[in-house]
Design a protein. Structure first.
Length: 369
Protein backbone atom coordinates (compact mmCIF):
# COMPACT_ATOMS: atom_id res chain seq x y z
CA UNK A 1 0.00 0.00 0.00
CA UNK A 2 2.81 2.41 0.87
CA UNK A 3 4.21 2.04 -2.68
CA UNK A 4 0.85 3.02 -4.17
CA UNK A 5 0.33 6.02 -1.89
CA UNK A 6 1.81 8.67 -4.18
CA UNK A 7 -0.03 7.21 -7.16
CA UNK A 8 -3.35 7.35 -5.32
CA UNK A 9 -2.76 10.92 -4.18
CA UNK A 10 -1.86 11.91 -7.75
CA UNK A 11 -5.09 10.40 -9.01
CA UNK A 12 -7.04 12.30 -6.36
CA UNK A 13 -5.47 15.55 -7.55
CA UNK A 14 -6.44 14.76 -11.15
CA UNK A 15 -9.97 13.76 -10.15
CA UNK A 16 -10.50 16.57 -7.64
CA UNK A 17 -12.32 18.96 -9.95
CA UNK A 18 -13.90 16.49 -12.34
CA UNK A 19 -17.51 15.49 -12.81
CA UNK A 20 -19.81 13.92 -10.25
CA UNK A 21 -19.37 10.63 -12.00
CA UNK A 22 -15.68 10.67 -11.17
CA UNK A 23 -16.52 11.30 -7.52
CA UNK A 24 -17.48 7.64 -7.31
CA UNK A 25 -14.03 6.67 -8.58
CA UNK A 26 -12.42 9.04 -6.10
CA UNK A 27 -14.40 7.44 -3.27
CA UNK A 28 -13.14 4.01 -4.29
CA UNK A 29 -9.53 5.20 -4.15
CA UNK A 30 -9.73 6.68 -0.65
CA UNK A 31 -11.47 3.57 0.67
CA UNK A 32 -8.89 1.16 -0.72
CA UNK A 33 -7.18 -0.68 2.15
CA UNK A 34 -4.00 -2.76 2.13
CA UNK A 35 -3.60 -6.24 3.62
CA UNK A 36 -3.25 -4.74 7.13
CA UNK A 37 -6.40 -2.69 6.73
CA UNK A 38 -4.56 0.62 6.34
CA UNK A 39 -6.29 3.25 4.24
CA UNK A 40 -4.49 6.02 2.31
CA UNK A 41 -5.25 8.43 5.15
CA UNK A 42 -3.26 6.20 7.54
CA UNK A 43 -0.19 6.75 5.38
CA UNK A 44 -0.99 10.41 4.79
CA UNK A 45 -0.98 10.94 8.56
CA UNK A 46 2.70 9.93 8.62
CA UNK A 47 3.61 12.59 6.06
CA UNK A 48 3.12 16.30 5.43
CA UNK A 49 -0.21 17.75 6.51
CA UNK A 50 -1.03 18.69 2.91
CA UNK A 51 -1.57 15.01 2.12
CA UNK A 52 -4.02 14.73 5.01
CA UNK A 53 -5.87 17.85 3.83
CA UNK A 54 -6.14 16.46 0.33
CA UNK A 55 -7.61 13.18 1.51
CA UNK A 56 -10.02 14.80 3.96
CA UNK A 57 -11.24 17.13 1.20
CA UNK A 58 -11.76 14.05 -0.96
CA UNK A 59 -13.97 12.53 1.73
CA UNK A 60 -11.59 10.28 3.66
CA UNK A 61 -12.86 9.08 7.02
CA UNK A 62 -10.62 10.44 9.82
CA UNK A 63 -11.87 7.61 12.06
CA UNK A 64 -10.82 4.78 9.73
CA UNK A 65 -9.33 1.83 11.60
CA UNK A 66 -6.96 -0.85 10.37
CA UNK A 67 -6.82 -4.47 11.48
CA UNK A 68 -4.98 -3.45 14.68
CA UNK A 69 -7.72 -0.89 15.35
CA UNK A 70 -5.29 1.98 14.77
CA UNK A 71 -6.65 5.27 13.46
CA UNK A 72 -4.85 7.91 11.36
CA UNK A 73 -4.43 9.87 14.61
CA UNK A 74 -2.37 7.02 16.09
CA UNK A 75 -0.02 7.30 13.10
CA UNK A 76 0.19 11.10 13.14
CA UNK A 77 1.16 11.03 16.83
CA UNK A 78 3.76 8.30 16.33
CA UNK A 79 5.44 10.37 13.59
CA UNK A 80 5.30 13.56 15.67
CA UNK A 81 3.22 15.35 13.01
CA UNK A 82 1.75 18.24 14.98
CA UNK A 83 -0.09 19.88 12.05
CA UNK A 84 -1.64 16.56 11.04
CA UNK A 85 -2.63 15.79 14.64
CA UNK A 86 -4.30 19.18 14.91
CA UNK A 87 -6.09 18.84 11.58
CA UNK A 88 -7.40 15.38 12.42
CA UNK A 89 -8.64 16.51 15.83
CA UNK A 90 -10.25 19.59 14.25
CA UNK A 91 -12.13 17.16 12.02
CA UNK A 92 -13.33 15.23 15.08
CA UNK A 93 -10.83 12.41 15.19
CA UNK A 94 -11.35 10.63 18.51
CA UNK A 95 -8.39 11.09 20.87
CA UNK A 96 -9.79 8.27 23.04
CA UNK A 97 -9.91 5.68 20.25
CA UNK A 98 -8.14 2.47 21.27
CA UNK A 99 -6.13 -0.07 19.34
CA UNK A 100 -6.34 -3.79 20.04
CA UNK A 101 -4.14 -3.35 23.16
CA UNK A 102 -6.29 -0.54 24.49
CA UNK A 103 -3.73 2.12 23.52
CA UNK A 104 -5.08 5.56 22.67
CA UNK A 105 -3.09 7.80 20.29
CA UNK A 106 -1.25 9.29 23.29
CA UNK A 107 0.46 5.93 23.85
CA UNK A 108 2.07 6.34 20.41
CA UNK A 109 4.22 9.30 21.43
CA UNK A 110 7.74 8.66 20.09
CA UNK A 111 10.70 8.14 22.40
CA UNK A 112 12.73 11.26 23.16
CA UNK A 113 10.97 13.49 20.60
CA UNK A 114 8.71 15.57 22.78
CA UNK A 115 6.37 18.09 21.19
CA UNK A 116 4.42 19.69 24.05
CA UNK A 117 1.88 21.00 21.54
CA UNK A 118 0.84 17.46 20.61
CA UNK A 119 0.64 16.47 24.27
CA UNK A 120 -1.61 19.41 25.05
CA UNK A 121 -3.92 18.76 22.09
CA UNK A 122 -4.43 15.17 23.24
CA UNK A 123 -4.50 15.71 27.00
CA UNK A 124 -7.12 18.46 26.79
CA UNK A 125 -9.59 16.05 25.19
CA UNK A 126 -8.73 12.66 26.71
CA UNK A 127 -9.26 10.75 29.95
CA UNK A 128 -5.85 11.19 31.60
CA UNK A 129 -6.32 8.11 33.80
CA UNK A 130 -7.61 5.68 31.16
CA UNK A 131 -5.69 2.38 31.25
CA UNK A 132 -4.71 0.08 28.42
CA UNK A 133 -4.80 -3.71 28.69
CA UNK A 134 -1.42 -3.70 30.46
CA UNK A 135 -2.76 -1.37 33.13
CA UNK A 136 -0.72 1.59 31.90
CA UNK A 137 -2.08 5.12 31.91
CA UNK A 138 -0.80 7.99 29.73
CA UNK A 139 1.48 8.98 32.63
CA UNK A 140 3.42 5.73 32.17
CA UNK A 141 4.01 6.53 28.50
CA UNK A 142 5.16 10.08 29.11
CA UNK A 143 7.31 9.01 32.07
CA UNK A 144 9.10 6.28 30.14
CA UNK A 145 9.82 8.31 27.01
CA UNK A 146 11.44 11.47 28.31
CA UNK A 147 8.41 13.71 27.84
CA UNK A 148 8.81 15.73 31.03
CA UNK A 149 6.59 18.60 29.90
CA UNK A 150 3.84 16.10 29.12
CA UNK A 151 4.29 14.55 32.55
CA UNK A 152 3.92 17.95 34.20
CA UNK A 153 0.83 18.77 32.16
CA UNK A 154 -0.75 15.40 32.93
CA UNK A 155 -0.18 15.95 36.65
CA UNK A 156 -1.72 19.42 36.37
CA UNK A 157 -4.77 17.72 34.84
CA UNK A 158 -5.08 15.36 37.84
CA UNK A 159 -3.35 12.30 36.45
CA UNK A 160 -2.93 9.76 39.27
CA UNK A 161 0.73 9.70 40.26
CA UNK A 162 0.73 6.50 42.33
CA UNK A 163 -1.26 4.23 40.03
CA UNK A 164 0.26 0.82 39.26
CA UNK A 165 0.10 -1.36 36.15
CA UNK A 166 -0.30 -5.14 35.91
CA UNK A 167 3.44 -5.59 36.60
CA UNK A 168 3.13 -3.61 39.81
CA UNK A 169 5.17 -0.73 38.39
CA UNK A 170 4.27 2.89 39.08
CA UNK A 171 5.05 5.79 36.71
CA UNK A 172 7.90 6.61 39.12
CA UNK A 173 9.47 3.14 38.77
CA UNK A 174 8.82 3.20 35.02
CA UNK A 175 10.68 6.49 34.68
CA UNK A 176 13.64 5.09 36.62
CA UNK A 177 13.81 1.80 34.74
CA UNK A 178 13.90 3.76 31.46
CA UNK A 179 16.65 6.12 32.59
CA UNK A 180 14.38 9.17 32.87
CA UNK A 181 15.92 10.62 36.03
CA UNK A 182 14.56 14.15 35.63
CA UNK A 183 11.05 12.76 35.34
CA UNK A 184 11.56 10.55 38.39
CA UNK A 185 12.76 13.52 40.42
CA UNK A 186 9.75 15.57 39.38
CA UNK A 187 7.35 12.77 40.30
CA UNK A 188 8.88 12.66 43.77
CA UNK A 189 8.08 16.33 44.26
CA UNK A 190 4.41 15.73 43.46
CA UNK A 191 3.93 12.82 45.84
CA UNK A 192 5.26 9.66 44.20
CA UNK A 193 5.57 6.92 46.83
CA UNK A 194 9.26 6.40 47.54
CA UNK A 195 9.01 2.78 48.73
CA UNK A 196 6.51 1.52 46.18
CA UNK A 197 7.30 -2.06 45.08
CA UNK A 198 6.76 -3.76 41.75
CA UNK A 199 5.86 -7.44 41.40
CA UNK A 200 9.47 -8.42 42.01
CA UNK A 201 9.47 -6.43 45.24
CA UNK A 202 11.91 -3.86 43.86
CA UNK A 203 11.70 -0.29 45.11
CA UNK A 204 13.24 2.74 43.40
CA UNK A 205 16.16 2.48 45.83
CA UNK A 206 16.86 -1.06 44.63
CA UNK A 207 17.14 0.26 41.07
CA UNK A 208 19.37 3.22 41.86
CA UNK A 209 21.63 1.05 44.05
CA UNK A 210 22.00 -1.65 41.42
CA UNK A 211 22.74 0.86 38.66
CA UNK A 212 25.19 2.92 40.72
CA UNK A 213 23.15 6.13 40.58
CA UNK A 214 24.61 7.98 43.54
CA UNK A 215 22.68 11.23 43.16
CA UNK A 216 19.39 9.38 42.89
CA UNK A 217 20.27 7.12 45.81
CA UNK A 218 20.97 10.14 48.00
CA UNK A 219 17.79 11.81 46.75
CA UNK A 220 15.64 8.79 47.58
CA UNK A 221 17.15 8.48 51.03
CA UNK A 222 16.52 12.19 51.63
CA UNK A 223 12.85 11.53 50.82
CA UNK A 224 12.76 8.78 53.45
CA UNK A 225 13.45 5.63 51.44
CA UNK A 226 13.85 2.50 53.59
CA UNK A 227 17.51 1.50 53.19
CA UNK A 228 16.86 -2.03 54.51
CA UNK A 229 13.88 -2.82 52.28
CA UNK A 230 13.96 -6.33 50.77
CA UNK A 231 12.71 -7.50 47.38
CA UNK A 232 11.04 -10.85 46.75
CA UNK A 233 14.45 -12.56 46.82
CA UNK A 234 15.22 -10.97 50.16
CA UNK A 235 17.85 -8.69 48.65
CA UNK A 236 18.32 -5.22 50.10
CA UNK A 237 19.74 -2.32 48.10
CA UNK A 238 23.07 -3.18 49.75
CA UNK A 239 22.92 -6.72 48.35
CA UNK A 240 22.38 -5.34 44.85
CA UNK A 241 25.06 -2.67 45.14
CA UNK A 242 27.51 -5.30 46.41
CA UNK A 243 26.63 -7.68 43.60
CA UNK A 244 27.03 -4.96 40.95
CA UNK A 245 30.33 -3.72 42.43
CA UNK A 246 28.93 -0.24 43.17
CA UNK A 247 31.42 0.84 45.81
CA UNK A 248 30.09 4.40 45.87
CA UNK A 249 26.57 3.20 46.63
CA UNK A 250 27.78 0.78 49.30
CA UNK A 251 29.45 3.70 51.07
CA UNK A 252 26.33 5.88 50.79
CA UNK A 253 24.11 3.15 52.21
CA UNK A 254 26.49 2.47 55.09
CA UNK A 255 26.64 6.20 55.83
CA UNK A 256 22.87 6.03 56.21
CA UNK A 257 22.91 3.19 58.73
CA UNK A 258 22.00 0.28 56.49
CA UNK A 259 22.25 -3.11 58.21
CA UNK A 260 25.15 -4.97 56.53
CA UNK A 261 24.04 -8.35 57.91
CA UNK A 262 20.54 -8.75 56.47
CA UNK A 263 19.99 -12.23 54.99
CA UNK A 264 18.32 -12.82 51.65
CA UNK A 265 16.37 -15.97 50.78
CA UNK A 266 19.63 -17.85 50.24
CA UNK A 267 20.68 -16.66 53.72
CA UNK A 268 23.44 -14.64 52.09
CA UNK A 269 24.62 -11.32 53.41
CA UNK A 270 26.06 -8.64 51.14
CA UNK A 271 29.47 -9.92 52.31
CA UNK A 272 28.75 -13.40 50.93
CA UNK A 273 27.83 -11.90 47.57
CA UNK A 274 30.89 -9.65 47.42
CA UNK A 275 33.14 -12.60 48.28
CA UNK A 276 31.66 -14.73 45.51
CA UNK A 277 32.37 -11.97 42.99
CA UNK A 278 35.84 -11.03 44.25
CA UNK A 279 34.83 -7.43 44.94
CA UNK A 280 37.74 -6.74 47.24
CA UNK A 281 37.17 -3.06 48.00
CA UNK A 282 33.55 -3.65 48.89
CA UNK A 283 34.50 -6.58 51.12
CA UNK A 284 36.90 -4.37 53.06
CA UNK A 285 34.36 -1.55 53.43
CA UNK A 286 31.71 -3.99 54.63
CA UNK A 287 34.07 -5.49 57.18
CA UNK A 288 35.03 -2.03 58.41
CA UNK A 289 31.35 -1.33 58.99
CA UNK A 290 30.34 -4.37 60.99
CA UNK A 291 29.75 -7.12 58.45
CA UNK A 292 29.97 -10.47 60.25
CA UNK A 293 32.30 -13.19 59.00
CA UNK A 294 30.69 -16.13 60.81
CA UNK A 295 27.21 -16.07 59.20
CA UNK A 296 26.44 -19.18 57.14
CA UNK A 297 24.32 -19.18 54.00
CA UNK A 298 21.76 -21.81 53.01
CA UNK A 299 24.59 -24.16 51.96
CA UNK A 300 26.39 -23.72 55.26
CA UNK A 301 29.12 -21.51 53.81
CA UNK A 302 30.64 -18.57 55.63
CA UNK A 303 32.00 -15.66 53.58
CA UNK A 304 35.47 -17.25 53.87
CA UNK A 305 34.26 -20.59 52.52
CA UNK A 306 32.48 -18.69 49.73
CA UNK A 307 35.66 -16.82 48.82
CA UNK A 308 37.64 -20.07 48.68
CA UNK A 309 34.98 -21.78 46.58
CA UNK A 310 35.08 -18.96 44.02
CA UNK A 311 38.85 -18.57 44.05
CA UNK A 312 38.77 -15.01 45.36
CA UNK A 313 42.36 -14.75 46.57
CA UNK A 314 42.58 -11.10 47.61
CA UNK A 315 39.22 -11.31 49.32
CA UNK A 316 40.34 -14.41 51.23
CA UNK A 317 43.40 -12.54 52.50
CA UNK A 318 41.21 -9.63 53.60
CA UNK A 319 38.83 -11.92 55.48
CA UNK A 320 41.74 -13.61 57.24
CA UNK A 321 43.13 -10.22 58.20
CA UNK A 322 39.79 -9.43 59.84
CA UNK A 323 39.81 -12.67 61.83
CA UNK A 324 37.56 -14.94 59.78
CA UNK A 325 37.30 -18.39 61.38
CA UNK A 326 39.33 -20.88 59.33
CA UNK A 327 37.88 -23.84 61.23
CA UNK A 328 34.27 -23.13 60.26
CA UNK A 329 32.87 -25.98 58.19
CA UNK A 330 30.29 -26.05 55.43
CA UNK A 331 27.58 -28.56 54.59
CA UNK A 332 29.99 -31.43 53.88
CA UNK A 333 32.19 -30.84 56.89
CA UNK A 334 34.92 -29.10 54.89
CA UNK A 335 36.92 -26.20 56.26
CA UNK A 336 38.39 -23.53 54.00
CA UNK A 337 41.66 -25.45 53.75
CA UNK A 338 39.85 -28.69 52.91
CA UNK A 339 38.08 -26.89 50.07
CA UNK A 340 41.29 -25.40 48.69
CA UNK A 341 42.97 -28.80 48.68
CA UNK A 342 39.95 -30.48 47.15
CA UNK A 343 39.96 -27.90 44.33
CA UNK A 344 43.68 -28.43 43.74
CA UNK A 345 44.10 -24.71 44.29
CA UNK A 346 47.76 -24.35 45.26
CA UNK A 347 47.72 -20.57 45.58
CA UNK A 348 44.69 -20.61 47.87
CA UNK A 349 46.26 -23.38 49.94
CA UNK A 350 49.39 -21.26 50.44
CA UNK A 351 47.23 -18.36 51.62
CA UNK A 352 45.37 -20.52 54.15
CA UNK A 353 48.21 -22.67 55.54
CA UNK A 354 49.54 -20.00 57.97
CA UNK A 355 46.04 -19.76 59.49
CA UNK A 356 45.28 -23.49 59.54
CA UNK A 357 45.66 -23.92 63.32
CA UNK A 358 47.08 -27.44 62.95
CA UNK A 359 43.93 -28.75 61.29
CA UNK A 360 43.81 -32.47 60.62
CA UNK A 361 43.86 -32.85 56.85
CA UNK A 362 42.49 -36.24 55.79
CA UNK A 363 42.88 -37.56 52.29
CA UNK A 364 40.06 -36.10 50.20
CA UNK A 365 38.81 -37.85 47.12
CA UNK A 366 35.39 -36.24 46.70
CA UNK A 367 34.69 -33.47 44.22
CA UNK A 368 32.43 -30.98 45.96
CA UNK A 369 32.43 -27.27 45.17
Amino acid sequence: MQHNFVFIVSLLIILKDTTNGSAIKRESFINLADDDGNYPIHFAAQKDVEFVKLLIDAGANVSSINKRKETPLHYAVSYNRYESVKLLIDHRADVNSKNENGDTPFFYLPYGQEDPRICKLLIDKMDVNEKNLDGNTPLFTASSRGHLNCVKYLVSKNATVNTVNLQGDSPFITALSNGQEATAQFLLTVGAEIDVKNKGGYTPLHYSAREGKENLTRLFISFGANVNVQNNDGDTPLHLASSSNRLNIVKVLLENLVDPNVLNKEKQTPLHISCSRNHGEIVEVLLENGAKTEIKDIDGNTPLLTAVLFGSYAVTETLLKYGADTTAKGRYGYSALHLALNKNDLHMTKILIPYANNEKLPSINVSVV
